[in-house]
Structure formats: structure tokens, C-alpha cells
Write a protein that binds this ligand. Structure first.
Ligand code: ADP
Ligand code: ASP
Ligand code: MG
Length: 429
């Protein structure tokens, strides 16, 4: 008997019919002798609908007091889901009980709309499991030490599931979604993308942080920290497929680097449309200038991603960096009102129509020339690179947003990702 956590995303919970299908699948696992915890998301579109209601009532820029209320509103989608799923499980003849984040409780910090899980009390859940119940816990939500409801950021149910799996020391956490695993890139952008049989934890971490929304980055961080065995698989297979076949399907996130992985130079391509670029022109080039610009930005709690400082001319230089698009206007305002007068810079420019495209692969550690292959592929498509940033296992470029799909497709081809797929169990025989 194993302790298994299943997570079902919004599309998988998208209608009462789908919820009944989820219940049948979970019941199959429970009847096979496993202790089951299920973490569902809100039904598809529900979180967007709730947040749109909030925006309708209060379109102003978000204050701290408003963020608390946004969480109060957004978390309700998951509460409906757990109730419905628990009912559907009972209709399947299972004993099932649902809990919200505060009932468990799932303790978080107080950073509304992007809270971090700090601890999970396992006592109540363990008692239910011991009594033979399937436990259904809300994704996405938690509670801070003052009993305020919090949410974990968009896509946060992945993190809830992995954190619950870590706290309960589950044998495996299965993330059921609307694709059948992790692909070389988003299959909605590149139809030729191929499913990876396995991906290393480090690569998955990079893919998630660089924009692949198949797993929320914090869920991957949790899986790494607590060594939670994690698999991404489809909720669209028939619920009654053979359980052994199902358990081996999808993509496994591995913690060991095997030989096959070493061979793939680039494993995947990620992209992110959520950033915007700002440039401070004509900054006097002297020690402390980066600090005088970015120090102010950090103080305003704005995260900075790619940074470029140009070579100076006549003692002046240009300084560019990217921020999340939600922080774009705030950053521009801050630069104009505070940084310009303080530094004596000439002008502030902004561009919200950019995107970041990245190649990821642990094989990049041991292969030279990977970045130049990337730059050649982009230049052959006439795509201008605005910024470049590299680390051991990734290279990212910032380009004009309108070329994003073209760039992703060109890179997918340039790195032979259609062909570099590891043989799967199905194709091997
Ligand atoms: P869920 O609602 O189940 O959490 P998400 O929409 O959050 O599902 O994540 C699944 C989606 O992630 C897929 O439909 C796919 O479009 C997208 N995606 C982005 N990059 C990848 C990738 N490399 N592999 C698979 N899916 C990806
Ligand atoms: N329902 C939340 C969202 O739409 C959390 C999730 O789906 O993971 O972002
Ligand atoms: Mg998701």
C-alpha cells in the first residue's frame, strides 16, 4: 500500500462530468489499495472569472488592503471544487472528506496573491487516511498566522499538491493535466513538440522559471527540497485504463542524471510573455550607478530579471532591465520621478511588447557552441536579439514579442528536438 497524492488542474475539473471522471479514477487507485489525497484546482476559467469580478468592482491599482480581499475571492473556486469532488467520490461508494487550506491548516506567510507555504499540519489528514477516507484538499490556498486566507499565485495548486506530498511523505505525487506530460516546448505553440519520458529536476526548474506553465516553479522547488517523486500525466486517458500503465505514463521528474540525459544538449525551449523592458538613457557612468537605479527598484519590491549595462560614451551609459509586466507602469513611474532626478540621467524608455525565449539543457554544461547555434537560428529568421543572459544550463534572449512563436519554432528545429526524443516504452517495442 502506498500513499499517493493526485493533483487535477482546472481543465481536468472543468465540468461535473469531468469531476465524475476524476472521482472514478481516484476510486480506482483507492480500490487498488492505496491511501489517496487529492488536490484539485478551481474549475477551468473560474479563477479568471472571480478575479474579473473583483476588477469590475475595483479597477484601481492594487493596494495591500485590496490584495487581501482578492485572495478571499479567488480562493473560493477551489472550495467549490473540493466539495464537488468529495461528493462525486461518495457517489462512487468511497468514504471521502474535503478540506480548505485553513481547515488542514496549510500555513503560509502573509504575502497575499503570492504567499509561500511554511508548514502543513498532517494530523487531521493522517487520521482520515487511517480511517480509510479519501482526503480532498483545496489547491492554491492557505492561511497566515493571523488566520487570513491567502493564495499561492496563479498555477499554485501544483505547489499545494507537492507540499502536501512532502508533508505527508507520500510515495508519489501525480500531476494530472490537459497534456500527457512535459514536452520539449509548449505543444500548443509547436505541434511537433515531443513528450519527454523523463526530465531532470534541474531542467524542470529552469523550464518552469523561464515560463513553461505546465508546473508552477515553486512546486518544482518543493519537489527538489523534499525529494518528492513527481510525475506529470494526462487526465484525459480513459479513467479505467490499467493502473500500472497509468502509473508509468507521462513524464517523470528525476533527481538522477542518467546517460541519456547527458546526450541531449538542449532538452527544451521555454518562453515568457510576462516581462517588460525599461531603459535609462544617458546615465553618468560612475561607481554605484547600478545600485542607485536598482536599489530604488528593489526597495519598491519589484523583481528584476535580465540586466544590461552598455559600454559608456563620453562618460554616459545606457542601462536596461526587465521586470514583470504587472510592475511595468510602477517601474516607469519610479524611474521618472525618483531615479532620473537623483542620477541626472537623460531619459527613461519602456517597451512592454517584448518576450523572453530560452533554451534549457544540462548537456549545455559540457558542450561549446550552443549559444551560437541559437543566435544563428534567430538571425536566419531575421529576429533581432535585444538582451542575452546565460547560466550553466540555459541561455535566454529578449526579443520583440511579435516574433515569439517564430523564434520558438526555429529553435525547436535548430536543436533537432523533433528528433532527439528518448525512446518511450511504447516506441521501443
Ligand atoms: P492545469 O490547469 O492542469 O494546471 P496548465 O494550463 O497550468 O494546466 O498547464 C498545462 C499547460 O501547460 C498545457 O496545456 C500546455 O499548453 C502548457 N505548457 C507550456 N509548456 C509546456 C511544456 N513544455 N510541456 C507541456 N505543456 C506545456
Ligand atoms: N485556480 C488557480 C489558478 O487558476 C490555481 C491553479 O489552477 O493552479 O491559477
Ligand atoms: Mg497549472
Amino acid at each position: 500500500m502506498a500513499l499517493i497524492v493526485h493533483k487535477y488542474g482546472g481543465t481536468s475539473m472543468g465540468s461535473t462530468e469531468r469531476i465524475r471522471g476524476v472521482a472514478k479514477r481516484v476510486a480506482k487507485w483507492a480500490r487498488a489499495g492505496h491511501q489517496m489525497i487529492v488536490v484539485p484546482s478551481a474549475m477551468s476559467g473560474e479563477t479568471n472569472r472571480l478575479l474579473a469580478l473583483a476588477k469590475d468592482v475595483s479597477p484601481a491599482q492594487q493596494t495591500a488592503a485590496m490584495l487581501r480581499e482578492l485572495d478571499m475571492i479567488a480562493c473560493t473556486g477551489e472550495q467549490v471544487s473540493v466539495g464537488l469532488l468529495s461528493l462525486a467520490l461518495q457517489a462512487e461508494g468511497m468514504q471521502a472528506v474535503s478540506y480548505t487550506g485553513w481547515q488542514v491548516p496549510v500555513r503560509t506567510d502573509s504575502a497575499y496573491t503570492k504567499a509561500r507555504i511554511q508548514s502543513i499540519d498532517d494530523a487531521r489528514v493522517r487520521a482520515d487516511l487511517a480511517a480509510g477516507r479519501v482526503v480532498v484538499i483545496t489547491g492554491f490556498q492557505g492561511v497566515d498566522e493571523d488566520n487570513n486566507v491567502t493564495t499561492l499565485g496563479r498555477g499554485g495548486s501544483d505547489t499545494s499538491a507537492v507540499a502536501v506530498a512532502a508533508a505527508l511523505k507520500a510515495d508519489e505525487c501525480l500531476i494530472y493535466t490537459d497534456v500527457d506530460g512535459v514536452y520539449t516546448t509548449d505543444p500548443r505553440i509547436v505541434p511537433e513538440a515531443k513528450r519527454l519520458h523523463s526530465i531532470s529536476f534541474e531542467e524542470m526548474l529552469e523550464m518552469a522559471s523561464l515560463g513553461s506553465k505546465v508546473l508552477q516553479i515553486r512546486s518544482v522547488e518543493f519537489a527538489g527540497k523534499y525529494r518528492v517523486p513527481l510525475r506529470v500525466l494526462s487526465s484525459f486517458t480513459p479513467w479505467d485504463i490499467d493502473i500500472t500503465e497509468e502509473a508509468a505514463s507521462g513524464t517523470l521528474i528525476t533527481f538522477e542524471e542518467d546517460e541519456k540525459m547527458e546526450q541531449a544538449v538542449v532538452s527544451g525551449i521555454a518562453f515568457n510573455r510576462d516581462e517588460a523592458k525599461v531603459t535609462v538613457l544617458g546615465v553618468p557612468d560612475k561607481p554605484g550607478i547600478a545600485y542607485s537605479i536598482l536599489g530604488q527598484v528593489a526597495e519598491a519590491n519589484i523583481d528584476v530579471d535580465v540586466i544590461i549595462q552598455n559600454v559608456s560614451h563620453d562618460g554616459k551609459t545606457d542601462f536596461s532591465f526587465t521586470v514583470h509586466r504587472n510592475d511595468y507602469q510602477r517601474t516607469l513611474d519610479l524611474l521618472k520621478t525618483k531615479v532620473l532626478p537623483a542620477t541626472g540621467a537623460a531619459e527613461v524608455l519602456g517597451d512592454a511588447k517584448i518576450c523572453k525565449v530560452s533554451i534549457v539543457g544540462i548537456g549545455m554544461r559540457s558542450h561549446a557552441g550552443v549559444a551560437s547555434t541559437m543566435f544563428r537560428a534567430l538571425s536566419e529568421e531575421g529576429i533581432n536579439i535585444q538582451m542575452i543572459t546565460t547560466s550553466e544550463i540555459k541561455t535566454s534572449v529578449v526579443i520583440d514579442e511579435k516574433y515569439m512563436e517564430l523564434a520558438v519554432r526555429a529553435l525547436h528545429k535548430a536543436f533537432d528536438l523533433d528528433a532527439s526524443i528518448e525512446p518511450t516504452a511504447e516506441s521501443a517495442d
